[in-house]
Design a protein around this ligand. Sequence first.
Ligand code: GAR
Length: 192
Amino acid sequence: MEKLSGKKNTAVLISGRGSNLKSLIKYSKTKKALITIVLVVSDNTIAKGLNYANKSNINNIFIKYSNRKSFEDRLLKLLKRSNVDLICLAGFMKILSSRFIKKFNRTILNIHPSLLPKYKGLNTHDRAIQNKDKYSGATVHIVTDKLDSGKIILQKKVKILKSDTVKSLEKKILKIEHKIYTKAIIKLLASD
Ligand code: GAR
């Protein structure tokens, strides 16, 4: 795919289903997109998300996570080779080291299914329901070496209904995730 001037070469890191990757690919194919997805990396060989990259002819690779250093060193080489300006974590379930973040030295974004700083980590929907929260939502933020921390770029909330289950809340929030990830990218890059 030809890179239009001004578009940021983007790598998307996934570990599984890849619905956020799918929506980022859809966005990247729109006329006014500010990103070109040049690389998809998964730490899980059977990640469903890899199929979306294949279908769109996007260079994609599985990197075995034997240990953090070897994974990150391999990843850094690939990022350099593809001239990557921006990384989007999309359901990538590993924490990147401060060494990696410093070496990459460009923006890394993450999407998380809660209203951060509430409910970092796993089982966010269950925790929100158990705590009888009135709202939950999704957050796009800059990645640091601390779990689900870093400057918030965009956040959107949804109401938790009495009838909501973990599954129904997940579904509602995922819908929001797909909208706010591209919005956050635009917010971040439009000012560049
Ligand atoms: C999404 O809900 C994403 O926010 C979450 O994993 C899911 C991946 O779904 N990420 C995290 O929890 C990161 N801490 P997807 O593979 O269909 O995009």
